[in-house]
Design a protein around this ligand. Structure first.
Ligand code: BGC
Length: 504
């Protein structure tokens, strides 16, 4: 059934006569990965234990195929090969994440692991030697276990430990890393980790844990930005942003006022929740009001949503050089009947019902369907709400079950990138870069190795973890070198030459 759906999804635009928009000269293209998903070497050379190591060693059956990131793509040993993949792909930059526990095994600066510093220095230098800019994410979900043992992100002191860690990163790598992303997807870290319990450290505390965790992380982000301003920006001249994931939430009926309200509330409470404090210094008004109202009606004497003090609001305001956007899919929304669902929870506070239209093409993930126009609408919404800030697409990509001739992924990239071109040329959105998720197949969290997002295929049954190019990698290379979407371009397949090499 899945295969039939895949075969049916051809590019939405391929046959239309569309303007041939070009990416601006300074628009940059890259590919992304994350430490726990690719590095392996989980306990080598002094790396400490993180919350994913601990959780999945203790509960292997929580992941669909009972796998974990102990070896993953083995990039800790194969990073030079990965850099060649990037070079052949022709990208401007590589967005990788740094494993906090590899640098600071206890999470704190009492021990700095020189082997960890050496590893990222080698990766960064190898990238630069091959003409690829290193973009580093400081935190992509792998909190050192000792910090979790002290309460993890809901504890404010974790922000202080993060700032100490950030300083170590600026001091050691800031001479060469010119784009930093403090956090990847706060909602997944906090709602997943401390509210719903679907991601490490798998704590269930709905309606409270996610808000407390987010508050700490936002303060950590803001203070890290200020630390860079005061101690590093002058000499290092880099940029700092944060990556926030969001769907586009389409009103169920476009002309129904309550559905329009649902769309607005959902965007404010699941994207504005994180972006508003960085741009304007505080949570969105609608969120402050709704969480307070629900909290009081549940018997609390104050809101479950923590407050920023006036000084903190000042500190937070404007703590971004770009807004990182991770986007995969969209849904349709309408207002929930008041009071539906279990209290307390962020979903009840949001008060919106979401669903995905059954006519939209599937991916291999249960949570996403292919909706290219959604990225365009989301970019326009961001432009209108935040005064057209620089937006960096820090993740976008497609999941399947693993074929090399991944025409569907190739078409996904064409369609989504064309919608980005439209946002730039027709709606004047300030989009400055694009990142494909992912450079290669990797450990897809609770789905283990059953789903694949890579531009490169990784054979996880082979101890050498060989990587090979997929068809989509040639299509992505064609887009970024020609700087437009060529609807007719597909490489000869199977490739006639060594498919680890560049085609053009
Ligand atoms: C995360 C990645 C993940 C991808 C696909 C993003 O939410 O940042 O780590 O692999 O989505 O699920």
């Amino acid at each position: 059934m899945q295969t039939i759906v895949f075969l049916m999804y051809t590019s939405t635009f391929a046959l239309a006569d569309l303007p041939d928009y070009r990416f601006p000269d300074d628009f940059v293209f890259g590919a992304a990965s994350a430490s726990y998903q690719i590095e392996g070497a989980w306990n080598e050379d002094g790396k400490g234990e993180n919350i994913w190591d601990r959780s999945l060693h203790e509960h292997p059956d929580w992941v669909i195929d009972k796998s974990n990131g102990d070896i993953a793509c083995d990039s800790y040993h194969k990073y030079k090969e990965d850099v060649q993949l990037l070079k052949n792909l022709g990208v401007n930059f590589y967005r990788f994440s740094i494993s906090w526990s590899r640098i600071l095994p206890t999470g704190k600066t009492d021990q700095i692991n020189q082997a960890g510093i050496d590893y990222y220095n080698s990766l960064i230098n190898e990238l630069l030697a091959n003409g690829i800019e290193p973009y580093a994410t400081m935190f992509h979900w792998d909190l050192p276990q000792p910090l979790q043992d002290e309460g993890g992100w809901p504890e404010r002191k974790t922000a202080d430990y993060f700032i100490d860690y950030a300083r170590v990163l600026f001091e050691n790598f800031g001479d060469r890393v010119k784009r930093w992303i403090t956090f990847n997807e706060i909602i997944q870290i906090c709602e997943g980790g401390y509210s719903g319990g679907s991601f490490a450290p798998f704590i269930k505390n709905p309606g409270i844990g996610g808000y407390e965790c987010t508050h700490t992380i936002l303060l950590a982000h803001g203070k890290t930005y200020r630390l860079y301003d005061s101690d590093f920006r002058g000499k290092q001249q880099g940029q700092i942003g944060i990556s926030i994931d969001s769907f586009w939430h389409e009103p169920d009926y476009l002309d129904r006022e309550t559905d329009q309200q649902a769309s607005e509330i959902d965007l404010e409470m699941n994207f504005g929740w994180f972006v508003n404090p960085c741009v304007k210094g505080n949570y969105p008004d609608v969120m402050i009001e709704r969480v307070k109202k629900n909290s009081i009606s549940e018997g609390y004497n104050r809101s479950r949503l923590p407050e920023f003090s006036p000084e903190e609001q000042e500190m937070m305001k404007g703590t971004y050089d770009f807004i990182g956007l991770n986007h995969y899919s969209s849904d349709k929304v309408y207002l929930a009947v008041d009071g539906a669902g279990d209290h307390p929870s962020h979903w009840v506070d949001t008060g919106v019902i979401r669903y995905q239209d059954s006519s939209w093409p599937d991916s291999a993930c249960s949570w996403f369907k292919v909706v290219p126009w959604g990225i365009n609408k989301l970019l326009v919404w961001i432009k209108n709400h935040y005064n057209n800030p620089p937006v960096f697409i820090t993740e976008n990509g497609f999941s399947d079950y693993g074929q090399h001739d991944d025409y569907v992924r190739a078409n996904y990239y064409k369609d989504y990138l064309y919608e980005i071109l439209k946002a730039i040329h027709e709606q004047n959105c300030n989009v400055i870069g694009y990142t494909a998720w992912s450079l290669m197949d990797n450990f897809e969290w609770m789905s283990g190795y059953t789903l694949r997002f890579g531009l490169h295929y990784v054979d996880f049954d082979d101890p050498e973890r060989p990587r090979t190019r997929k068809l989509s990698s040639y299509v992505y290379n064609n887009i970024l070198t020609t700087r437009h979407v060529d609807w007719d371009y597909y490489p000869d397949w199977p490739p006639t030459q060594d498919n680890t090499k560049q085609i053009n």
